[in-house]
Design a protein around this ligand. Structure first.
Ligand code: HEC
Length: 173
């Protein structure tokens, strides 16, 4: 009696063990199939996955050799704008204040005053090249001495001409 029950238990136990071993083997095989490097995965599919999960951008510090291959941004050449013209005008006015106002605001030494259009009318009637020459190189006129560049040798021709333009614009208003 006792021996038969033991035998029945042993049979049942062995069946259970068999089921477990089968389950474990099945899980292992399934894991192998699903997981990375499974027999069904081609090199192509693998590369596609690497590409999909690749980072969107990479950080490169200045001096990184990989930067040599990167396209350098082309600098945008500044187009002449009304704002730029305004700046040039303002700087002409500034130069006038610095270098010319001393004589031309109050008429010192017979200088034609910026606020006196009548004094400028005959000068404006001259050739523009004459005016430019008188301002850059100076001249001794009938009323007084206009020093070369207003005695500001540090100014460029363009600076002096910008200041002159400011004077002429103001005087002819
Ligand atoms: C030291 C005083 C003095 C300073 C500074 C001076 N000028 Fe004069 N400028 C004169 C005098 C004086 C005349 C008139 C000369 C004459 O006609 O006899 C004159 C004349 C001129 C004329 C008329 C020229 C012509 O052919 O009729 C222009 C334009 C002029 N100056 C521009 C300038 C500008 C621009 C500056 C500043 C960069 C300047 N001046 C600084 C004294 C000065």
């Amino acid at each position: 009696m006792v021996e038969k029950r033991d035998q029945q238990f042993f049979d049942g136990f062995m069946i259970l063990v068999g089921v477990f071993v089968g389950l474990i083997a099945g899980v292992l095989m399934l894991g192998d199939l699903v997981g990375d490097g499974g027999p069904g995965e081609s090199a192509e599919a693998h590369a596609a996955i690497i590409e999909r999960i690749a980072p969107v951008g990479q950080v490169a510090l200045a001096g990184d050799p990989s930067l040599a291959a990167a396209p350098t941004p082309t600098p945008v050449s500044p187009a002449p704008t009304p704002a730029a013209a305004a700046v040039a005008q303002r700087s002409g006015q500034q130069i006038y204040q610095e270098a010319c106002a001393l004589c031309h605001d109050a008429g010192v030494g017979g200088a034609p005053m910026i606020s006196d259009p009548a004094a400028w009318a005959p000068r404006l009637a001259q050739d523009r090249a004459v005016l430019e020459d008188h301002v850059i190189n100076g001249f001794q006129g009938n009323v007084g001495l206009m020093p070369a560049k207003g005695a500001r040798a540090d100014l460029s021709d363009d600076d002096v001409l910008a200041a002159m333009q400011h004077m002429l614009d103001t005087a002819s208003q």
